[in-house]
Design a protein around this ligand. Sequence first.
Ligand code: M6R
Length: 619
Amino acid sequence: MCGIVGYVGEKQARDVVVEGLRLLEYRGYDSAGIALVAGGELGQTVLVSDKRAGKLANLEKAIAEDALPAATTGIGHTRWATHGAPNDVNAHPHLGPQRRVAVVHNGILENFARLRDELERAGHDLLSETDTEVAAHLIENEVLAGADLTTAMQNVCRRLEGAFTLVAIDAHDPSRVVAARRNSPLVVGLGVGENFIGSDVAAFIEHTREALELGQDQVVTITRDAVAVSDFDGNEAQGRQYHVDWDLAAAEKDGYDWFMRKEIFEQPRAIADALLGRHDENGQLQLDEVRISDDELRDIDKIVIIACGTSNYAAMVAKYAIEHWTRIPCEIELSHEFRYRDPILTRNTLVVAISQSGETADTLMAIRHAKKQKAKVLAICNTNGSTIPRESDAVIYTHAGPEIGVASTKGFLTQLVACYLLGLYLAQVRGTKYGDEIAAVVGELAAMSDRVQQVLDDADRVYALAERFKDTTSVLFIGRHAGFPVALEGALKLKELAYIHAEGFAAGELKHGPIALIEPGLPVFCVVPPRGRDQLHDKMISAIQEIRARGALTIVLAEADDDEVTPYADVFIPLPTVPTLLQPLVATVPLQLFACELATLMGHDVDQPRNLAKSVTVE
Ligand code: M6R
């Protein structure tokens, strides 16, 4: 939820840390702060720190006006508030009472009230409302008692409950930065004569593409020339080293006004990358990463897909596709509901966890629950080395590249591709579809990059629509079958970015209540299935007629040559002709463009919408 950076090396730590925070700001932007170990007046080193409420720009302005001293060791933080209001005092870093130790933190310390009480009874004066300050005081206590920073961190971590990534520096030891993780992301960047800590690799991608992924309950100490990993008891441990396959350019806006717009326009490439190397020229699928044997896949008798937010809408589409191709019953469930309802799971249940970030706490807790019940867990994820794929039995990476805009776009489309691949692969292994049938769908999938590009080439039509509706206060979205999750996704994008009332409905449900919302002039986006599925198509046209009869303004997304629906469209957005199950790949794109453009016209920050953060690493 928050972004954290740590650096030790030869460069100016202030610059490295602030630049890292800039690339991590999508993770939280309630406040930002920095702490450095710098030379003091009497020759010894001291902590210097600055922290400001609001976006990183506020911190940058403050440190430009009151330059921080030269230092080559530092930490930084960009916050999504959990404990305490987003003000200067609650901003990280938090310092111990004697300014010996500075700490930044991502996560929630669940036993902080008890620890705070203990500290206060021992005479500590805590300045903020945060749980983090408790950790700073505890670590400083250990250091003042003679422990080095690594041992101090280990000792304190054993006492902490909840989810945390902590990063600390010691005023008297500029040679090291120490970090620890439990249920929260942390990755080490391996440089030459310098090393880095980050919530994710974006924090240091400008400096190195070699990364070290840490395991659960581990502490890492970085110095200029070494990286040492241990568990919380101080036993030596190992991380997993890997090479990051994208670079700084991928994490920059590349001339677009927003990361989100850039990511929408990257979707044709992202779809192609998600398919790359996963099928041969005969349409035969090869999913080497699915480390579950074909025999085990044949024994699966139920699939449960868990996810949150946009990823949950990908799960809804996946259910239609997987059940259709494999005939395996498929349930979908929001991750945060899943483990609290005592789900029925067996060794023959395949739990599929969909998460762009791979760090969503609700989904992580859900897969742990599933594993305890002996179910097999397969992750569909975009972030290499993140926790959810690491704790799963198998993973299909979506290869979308870094998604920085808080609103998911290419993450969603590539999740859909991965779900389709999984469904077709299961059909191939279990023989529920003939090879040529699978090859035909794979061929359609391979053509989707071009189809999505076609929709993007028509973006101006959608931008004009946004201009027309820039003062609207309410928008509805309806769809059927695979178009229903598209409607939900269209509404979510608008809520997230434009902060207006937006609802998605299954078109068939309208007359059971929501039709009461229809009033003259209300814009309603209608996602019309391709004509190949006659019944669905005709029923959708009936729904459009019903709302139009009550004065709604219909914005119809349908096949370009669908002349059966055009008479009922106040505005028509043409879509390429594709199979019904794959239509979400093209139908979602105009809705993404609409939300992005409308929010831009309304003057909102599209990449950093209010109250949100990119990954939700607290339950
Ligand atoms: O990283 P995840 O896919 O697990 O994230 C799930 C949701 O938090 C995420 O999709 C969220 O709804 C986005 N802001 C949607 O745009």
